[in-house]
Design a protein around this ligand. Structure first.
Ligand SMILES: Nc1nc2c(ncn2[C@@H]2O[C@H](COP(=O)(O)OP(=O)(O)OP(=O)(O)O)[C@@H](O)[C@H]2O)c(=O)[nH]1
Ligand SMILES: [Mg+2]
Length: 255
């Protein structure tokens, strides 16, 4: 509980058996969290079993992709407040409190991994990735200068917190199934006229397992291009009901 509101943690997972146990354990020590939801996205390893044994509630999503998994997790989570994180140990559980405190003054709190002083040695946030994220975030910021004037330095940080009301307002506006879901959610919150703030969080190296989005330069460039397209589409064409929204029979509550 945080100020009389229940809090759910959502963790998308695709073959993360090496790290999921320790991640769930670490987050279980956070007193504000009421439940930990791990989304098993067609894992071919023991991720689900290990997560369950560590104390998480495991939900299934068969549609592949980071975005699909996060959408499922947020939909199935029971809390009034939602915190999203990763299954690879790159985010610190003690930062949950920081995110929640800033949620007092906003509808969504984004973490940023580009504050160099808080990027730990060996973390996958070297020069190109860091400045690529800053550049893309400034592009997003520029496109929404009017009317929102947000301030962002990262577009790919999973670690974030939002209210359930915010999720209800944006879930019909998002459709990306992959990593472009991350900036799409930011754009959707701005379109829904929610107050979004960004705070620095600690970024650590992956504790084990394999990187899926940003290990090679080629993958980083492909992800960056998809994010650029998504941000531009959201601004210039507007959100469109995508495959996610169309396939989900539950009603989406718009802004
Ligand atoms: N459900 C689901 N989760 C995914 C998929 N791809 C990645 N993930 C999860 O999304 C999170 C982010 O993926 P990562 O591979 O860590 O990507 P990254 O953070 O850009 O790269 P790292 O530098 O390795 O941390 C992790 O918790 C993954 O398990 C997918 O296809 N489906
Ligand atoms: Mg990661």
């Amino acid at each position: 509980m945080y100020r009389d509101r229940t809090v759910s943690l959502v963790i998308p997972a695709y073959n993360e058996e090496a790290t999921i146990g320790a991640v769930v354990e670490e987050f279980r020590s956070v007193p504000q969290l009421d439940e930990i939801v791990v989304v098993d996205n067609n894992c071919k390893d023991r991720t689900a079993e290990i997560a369950r044994a560590a104390g998480a509630r495991v939900v299934q999503e068969s549609k592949p992709g980071y975005g699909s998994a996060l959408l499922r997790g947020m939909t199935d989570a029971k809390g009034d407040l939602l915190v999203l994180t990763e299954a690879d140990g790159s985010f610190a559980a003690r930062d949950v409190e920081k995110l929640l405190v800033y949620l007092d003054d906003s509808d969504m709190v984004m973490g940023t991994r580009t504050t160099r002083q808080m990027v730990e040695q060996g973390a996958n946030m070297r020069f190109f990735l860091r400045w690529g994220n800053v550049f893309m975030a400034k592009y997003l910021q520029l496109l929404w200068l009017r009317p929102a004037e947000p301030r962002f330095t990262d577009v790919g940080c999973t670690y974030r917190a939002l209210t359930r009301r915010t999720f209800d307002a944006i879930r019909g506006l998002v459709r990306e199934t992959g990593p472009a879901f991350s900036p799409e959610m930011m754009c959707a919150a701005l379109i829904a006229k929610r107050r979004v703030v960004e705070i620095p969080i600690t970024y650590r190296r992956r504790a084990g397992g394999e990187s899926k989005h940003s290990d090679t330069f080629g993958r980083q460039a492909r992800t960056a291009w998809k994010m650029f397209r998504t941000i531009s589409r959201m601004r210039f064409c507007g959100p469109r009901p995508g495959r996610n929204a169309a396939a989900d029979p539950r009603p989406a509550i718009g802004p």
